[in-house]
Ligand binder design. Structure first.
Ligand code: WTA
Length: 657
């Protein structure tokens, strides 16, 4: 999307820093100085920044990293010891024990919000940690969290961190199959879930999903259930545990384990271009330093501010910017159970007004959806508390940017367009409110310590200078970087370090404009971005071919007005199977149950044949063009085994928009 509007947007002048940011944490001069220092001497720079968190045993070494394929190894603060939960809670107790740590806003506005102070957070987390210990969970064990956006999700994360267990959150929108795969891949000892999850007035049967998943897991896996709505669920004696009841009876005293900086804090599964989702492993020390620094500086977060990131804790954005970053900084963080359009399209703004939110961080897909409902929904509310607006998850199209700026920010709130990934732990390329002028649609400049490098897609030559395009790589490590793929370090190296030797490859294309600003142009691999959620096309394909009536499937993305990208599936049916509307619906439903609603194909085209090379490789470039309704320039089709299939696909294309 950014690509299309790029020419005009780039030519447009920069948006100056609005008045009121003269005393921002980072000034334009400080940005330049600090960035230069971070590049010149990463050891000195991060050695200093590492002090923003408390260490049980201070580190003496800072950076020890190697990007060479075959010997990739990433370590930061490697001899330091700390506890992440103690950093997010205990160290604030003396000065801000009675300050609100989490404001919980429920799905329905009629239910009262909860205000959880740091002292209460300490109490809950210690109790939950003791419940986990009583279930035999020890340091290093994995715990899967499959919860809605309720305070217990944060308690569970921090309880794991407190005892040194590694959490792996599975987004509550994933299916039982997806949940089972993640429990098994991480060899988790327990899953923490809830009875049901209210969202937009409807309820997802989480416990029933967990029951279905656990049929495919070891019998020893415990199921800890948060009775959130009180809805009836089935109960397996000996396996299912009522967490809240046990927390009530547990001790509120639980010492925080001293963890090594490099001990994993969490695993988070994410989609790639091939194979099954990978377990991205993040560290304790480097991750926390990076999440806390980016949360503070990117949003110009100051003591007393109310910070709201609308993501779900099931995604990395929720990990870094609802829980770890804000709490490490002693912030007040808002956690919202609902959706932007329930009970109506004014909900986000109602919540901003109600809790006097200062920093608001959301995804372009939400902005586009709300934009379509008209500005009157925004105008109804007093948004004068807002100071900084953020965007994340996909390129923001300039039209949505301008709407966000005008109607939500009233032209006085800088917009930080934060480019980053599950793998990066925190922001990589982003503007800073008081330091970097913005351009609608540009992620702008790198964060401290981040060295973007533009390479030619073919050949991987470094592209110097400005006004250039290429693929985006990163030249050196930063503390928030993922450390490995759970159980498969080789896959980690192959995915990120093999194609362009000596660099971390993001999988994104980018442009560096005349001012040196970075514009992310989207994925260059077979990953698509649907409503800011990452989806591997291979995953959707393997779900489709698992259906008895499907012979073959190829999935690509296509531009979608609200979602950014939609899922377009070409399906070849088994011989003799009738292509009907009912079958189309059945396949959509099938993918929903195999993966989850976020993977539902938007368009399914019956394809009697797929364009293949003579060696049998599907030519996705052609499928993408047809799905984009842009088949004027299909390029060279002469290498196809049967060029005539292309005409049929064009004639019967589904997206004539
Ligand atoms: C895309 C989400 C443009 C990008 C934090 C990246 C973005 C993928 C932006 C990671 C942005 C994220 N501008 N593109 N501001 N933020 N992306 O792992 O393609 O869910 O590679 O992490 O989202 O998605 P993930």
């Amino acid at each position: 999307m950014a690509g299309k509007d790029q020419g005009t947007a780039e030519a447009a002048s920069k948006h100056p820093i609005p008045p009121g940011f003269e005393n921002a944490l980072v000034s334009p001069e400080a940005y330049k100085e600090m960035y230069a220092a971070s590049m010149a001497d990463p050891d000195a720079f991060w050695g200093e920044q590492g002090k923003r968190i408390d260490w049980i045993k201070p580190y003496t070494k800072v950076k020890n990293t190697n990007f060479n394929f075959g010997e990739v190894s990433i370590k930061w603060f490697e001899d330091g010891e700390l506890n992440v939960a103690a950093n997010c809670i205990d160290r604030h107790l003396a000065t801000r024990g009675d300050q609100v740590a989490i404001i919980w806003e429920p799905d329905g506005p009629e239910t009262p919000a909860k205000h959880i102070t740091y002292r209460e957070l300490h109490d809950k987390v210690c109790r939950m940690a003791n419940v986990l210990k009583d279930q035999g969970i020890q340091r290093g064990d994995r715990v899967v969290i499959y919860l809605p956006m309720i305070p217990e999700a944060a308690y569970a994360m921090l309880a794991c961190a407190r005892i040194g267990a590694i959490h792996s959150i599975v987004f509550a929108g994933f299916s039982p199959d997806a949940l089972a795969n993640r429990i098994n891949d991480s060899e988790a000892k327990a899953v923490i879930t809830a009875d049901t999850a209210p969202r937009g007035g409807r309820r997802t049967p989480l416990k029933a999903n967990a029951d279905a998943a656990l049929l495919h897991c070891k019998d020893s896996v415990r199921c800890l259930v948060v009775k959130h709505t009180g809805d009836q669920t089935t109960w397996t004696e000996g396996r299912d545990i009522d967490v809240l009841a046990l927390m009530g009876a547990a001790s509120a005293d639980c010492p925080a384990e001293a963890m090594n900086a490099e001990d994993p804090l969490f695993i988070l599964y994410t989609s790639g271009s091939t194979g099954k989702p990978k377990g991205v492993v993040h560290s304790s020390g480097g991750y926390l330093v990076y999440a806390s620094m980016t949360q503070q500086m990117t949003f110009d977060y100051k003591d007393g501010d109310i910070f709201w990131c609308t993501a779900d804790v099931g995604w990395v954005t929720g990990h870094s910017y609802i829980v770890y970053g804000p709490l490490a900084n002693g912030a007040t963080t808002v956690m919202f159970e609902g959706v932007p359009t329930y009970p109506d399209a004014g909900r986000f703004w109602a919540v901003c007004e109600k809790h006097k939110v200062n920093q608001f961080y959301t995804a372009p897909t939400a902005i586009r959806a709300l934009m379509g409902q008209g500005p009157e929904w925004v105008e109804k509310y007093d948004l004068s508390s807002l100071r900084v607006l953020g965007s994340v998850g996909e390129p923001i199209n300039p039209e949505a940017w301008v709407w966000y700026d005008k109607h939500v920010g009233k032209g006085r709130c800088p917009i930080v367009d934060t480019f980053w990934q599950t793998e990066t732990g925190g922001h990589m390329i982003t503007s800073l409110p008081g330091a970097i002028e913005t351009k609608p649609g540009a992620a702008t400049l790198p964060f401290f310590g981040v060295k973007p490098v533009v390479l030619t897609a073919e050949g991987g030559q470094v592209v110097e200078g400005n006004g250039v395009d290429g693929v985006l790589c990163i030249g050196d490590s930063w503390p928030g970087q993922m450390r490995t793929v759970w159980g498969d370090h080789q896959r980690f190296q192959e995915t990120y370090f093999q194609q362009y030797k000596g660099y971390y490859f993001t999988g994104d294309g980018c442009r560096r404009d005349e001012d040196g600003y970075y514009w992310i142009t989207g994925r260059v691999d077979d990953v698509i971005n649907v409503s800011g959620h990452r989806m591997g096309t291979a995953e959707v394909e393997s779900a489709l071919v698992a259906h008895a009536k499907v012979a073959e499937a190829a999935v690509v993305g296509y531009p979608h007005e609200i979602k950014g990208q939609g899922i377009y599936a070409y399906v070849t049916l088994m011989n003799g199977v009738e292509p009907t509307e009912d079958l189309r619906k059945e396949l959509v439903k099938w993918v929903r149950t195999e993966i989850g609603p976020i993977a539902s194909p938007d368009l399914i085209q019956w394809a009697p044949g797929l364009p293949k090379t003579r060696s049998g490789k599907i030519m996705r470039r052609i499928l993408r063009k047809i799905a984009e309704n842009d088949f004027g320039a299909l390029g060279d089709t002469s290498t196809l085994a049967d060029p005539s299939v292309v005409d049929d696909l064009i004639d019967n294309r589904m997206n004539r928009g």
